[in-house]
Design a protein around this ligand. Structure first.
Ligand SMILES: [Zn+2]
Length: 618
């Protein structure tokens, strides 16, 4: 009775059913048949999209749950925000890519074959897969592909690709086309790019060009698309790659215009013979506590904290073994800054399901926020042990360990794995870029920021990239000035290199093709740090000094360490001044000199290095 009072809609509702494959979980308050059919449709879509991406099949790396709502009332309860906004769009589907799980919400009464209601979900799913395959696609191609495949329809044993959606035809009819160069060069900062409404001509036109290249002239255009992609992956700019692959752009523009005027837009059936039959999927009635927990997590992810809290509380009261309920509770509490409650809920989540990587990830990230880095490190490491494809844990562990000053072999493998898993994730690229920068690999740090700038899809990501870029520009200017000064002084700085470790591969990324990050381990790190320091990057000097001071990847040599710190300090690196001050005050590698130490502590403090300030004051 009490439960019914708390959540009347749930108590009154039809039972939920779950169907599972290795890749997806479908839950529905429709029939078991609906669950099986929806699951099979997504498996078919996956088979078609994955074949296009032409890469090794990649898992999402995190739970992928499709909630199939039986009607509009269910949809409204799951995603109330869309119904609260007056005159707002009421979606036929939603795709939510949260760092720890994916939620897709669709209507089963509007199947993907009869209507267009799944297009928005399929569009986002294309982006989702592409982000896991390539580090960069020009925006027109990324959006054109997402529209081209997103508008497919799923039939019994095949997927129809190349359907012309009414909104794309309407855009092409009503709006003047963009000049081809403008379209090819557009990036995410363009006002033409709007993922909320997708109502600019940019989308319609990009879709039409992809359609022309994929299906035009019976597929005769496909080699041009392939060569464009090859040029892009070599680092060529979009317009230049188009000139080489598509020929004279004025001619190309006319070809597109006439293709659009022809309004043929042929569809192509893609058979899906290897997708298992509906009856082979495992199904079970979903216990009410689990259905509640799922909705709680969906609400937590979409910012409906009040609903999420009630449902999560209910779920774990009904069954304390439902880990997802605890996870949702941990999230809501953490968002409300109730850190003790959040920690307790995350601990319960791990107790209820010790094999859940997401549970350990939550516990680890909460520990980090409370300043308990030891627990954070061990829990994030445990999450990766359980699921090495959970990218967000890889990224966070790399950032955490970088901050804790762990050696490269405990940091770089996580950077490498994260980039392998989600090469096109702008947000992650940025975080990893600062790790590489701290480790002295300025070349690849810069490369990741450049990529992130091209790939950033949200305003938030763009702002973050631009801040970091501005920071790097300032550092580069500083480096250039130092280099010029050194050149003017005729100084050869190679005498700072310790004998024996000098190596000709010190120019780390110069010889590598763009797009190939070079990630360092300790043994290879030192020449890179040295090169970076010689180029005038104070962080490089600090890293080289640390390596020599700790004997990490090179023979321990405090005198050499001091000379790197000296250079870093001269170049404006406050942490280098601090390290050098410590060497002078202890007489390590240099003659003890407390006056010099004091002035270096002061310099470090003035440079913003807090730990030096106390020493400077003494
Ligand atoms: Zn899109």
């Amino acid at each position: 009775m009490l439960l019914a009072a708390v959540s009347p809609s749930i108590a009154a509702e039809r039972p939920w059913v779950e169907a599972r494959s290795r890749r997806f979980t479908v839950v529905t308050n429709g029939s078991e048949g609906d669950a099986r059919a929806t699951l099979r449709q997504f498996e078919q879509i996956h088979a078609v999209f994955q074949a296009v991406a032409a890469g090794t099949p990649q898992d999402a790396g995190k739970p992928f749950t499709i909630i199939a709502a039986r009607d509009e009332a269910t949809m409204k309860r799951l995603l109330p925000a869309y119904w609260e906004r007056k005159g707002g769009m009421r979606p036929g589907g939603v795709f939510l890519d949260d760092p720890t799980q994916v939620f897709v919400v669709v209507r089963v009464d509007e199947g993907p074959s009869e209507s267009w209601s799944h297009s928005i979900v399929f569009h986002e799913y294309v982006h989702f897969l592409v982000q896991r395959q390539v580090d960069y696609l020009p925006l027109w191609l990324s959006e054109g592909m997402a529209e081209f495949y997103g508008t497919c329809s799923v039939e019994k044993d095949r997927v129809m690709v190349g359907r012309a959606a009414p909104w794309n035809l309407q855009l092409l009819q009503e709006r003047a086309p963009l000049p081809i160069e403008t379209l090819l060069a557009a990036d995410a900062s363009s006002p033409l790019y709007n993922e909320e409404s997708r109502s600019t001509i940019f989308y319609g036109q990009s879709w039409a060009i992809v359609h022309y290249l994929m299906h035009g002239a019976k597929g005769a255009q496909l080699p041009r698309l392939a060569s464009y992609l090859a040029l892009i992956s070599k680092g060529l700019d979009s317009v230049e790659a188009a000139r080489q692959a598509f020929g004279d752009l004025k001619v190309f523009e006319r070809q597109i215009a006439s293709y659009i005027r022809g309004v043929q837009f042929f569809m192509r059936p893609v058979p899906t013979p290897n997708v298992p039959a509906e009856k082979t999927f495992e199904t079970r009635p979903l216990p009410p506590a689990e259905a509640l927990a799922l909705q709680a997590m969906l609400h937590a992810i979409t910012g409906r904290k009040a609903e999420a809290r009630v449902e999560a509380d209910d779920a774990v009261r009904q069954d304390p073994q439902v880990a997802l309920g605890w996870q949702a509770l941990a999230r809501v509490n953490s968002e409300d800054e109730r850190m003790e409650d959040a920690h307790r809920a995350a601990t319960e989540a791990v107790r209820a399901d010790p094999r859940s990587a997401v549970g350990h990830h939550l516990l680890g990230s909460l520990a980090w926020r409370r300043g308990d880095t030891a627990t954070a490190e061990s829990e994030l490491a445990r999450a990766i042990e359980l699921n090495d494809a959970l990218t967000v844990s890889q990224v966070m562990l790399a950032v955490l360990r970088n901050g804790l000053g762990r050696p490269n072999d405990q940091v770089i493998p996580h950077v490498r794995r994260a980039l392998e898993l989600e090469p096109g994730n702008a947000h992650f690229q940025l975080m990893l870029s600062s790790v590489l920068r701290d480790r002295g690999d300025t070349v690849n740090a810069r490369l990741l920021v450049d990529r992130a700038l091209r790939m950033a899809r949200t305003a938030e990501d763009r702002a973050r990239v631009q801040t970091m870029l501005a920071e790097m520009e300032r550092a580069a200017a500083r480096r250039a000035a130092t280099r010029d000064a050194m050149r003017a002084a005729g100084s050869a700085s190679s005498d700072a290199a310790p004998a024996g470790s000098a190596s000709s591969d010190a120019a780390p990324a110069g010889s590598a093709p763009p797009g190939t990050p070079i990630l360092v381990d300790d043994a290879h790190a030192f020449p890179m740090y040295r090169a970076s320091c010689e180029a005038g990057e104070p962080r490089g000097c600090k890293a080289a000094g640390d390596a020599l001071r700790l004997g990490r990847g090179v023979a321990r040599d405090l005198a050499q360490a001091a000379s790197f710190y000296d250079k870093g300090c001269e170049g404006g690196g406050a942490p280098s001044c601090h390290r050098l001050a410590l060497l002078y005050s202890a007489g390590d590698g240099v003659s003890r000199d407390s006056a010099k130490a004091k002035s270096l502590f002061e310099k470090a403090c003035k440079g913003g290095h807090q730990p030096a300030c106390k020493r400077a004051a003494n």
